[in-house]
Ligand binder design. Sequence first.
Ligand code: ADP
Length: 208
Amino acid sequence: MSLVVGLTGGIGSGKTTVADLFAELGAAIVDTDVIAHELTSAQGAAMPAIVRAFGTAVLQKDGGLDRAAMRRLCFSDPAMRKRLEAILHPLIRGESVARCRRAGHAPYVLLVVPLLIESGAYREYVDRILVVDCDETQQIARVMARSGLSEDEVRGIMATQAGRAERLAAADDVLANTGARDELQTGVLALHRRYLELSRRADVQGHA
Ligand code: ADP
């Protein structure tokens, strides 16, 4: 299997932006959020189990998951959230690992896991952890601009995630996204070169 780098960071830190830059350089990207959306779209592999657990009230007209309805349900009842996670998490993990395995053509894989530090579930699959880091005020401003959520709502989400210090303590590599978007390129290129070198070394060792 290729070298797998776990990419994580708080909401709005810039994970997607950074992953896009790595993809342009030739990295394979496996994004757990993308997989979660696929699994819960119409015909998604998680939908039969979700309908069995929650009924058809959480369906959109097309048969995909009505995310707003599900969010309301989980918000009012933590047991519902647990039930949903028990269905989704193993499926997301299985699909993520399968996609990492299939990415053998790429020199390395970036596995994007927003809650990598919090869940611990992916640590055994990643060779190292890259944290995208920015100030909390920047996180809040970026998420508010992107989503229309209020500051309190963004802070509420951030409160469920690891803090900046905890995340940085778990990082093998840190990419600062504290400046303008085009300042990211230099840091991404330096890390790309490092990952190419690490994957070459792993290849040599693997074939020794
Ligand atoms: P995440 O995937 O970690 O939630 P995104 O990559 O989606 O974060 O970035 C959050 C928002 O902030 C997006 O709208 C993105 O375009 C914007 N953004 C990312 N990096 C910067 C930056 N350096 N300067 C300004 N806006 C940024």
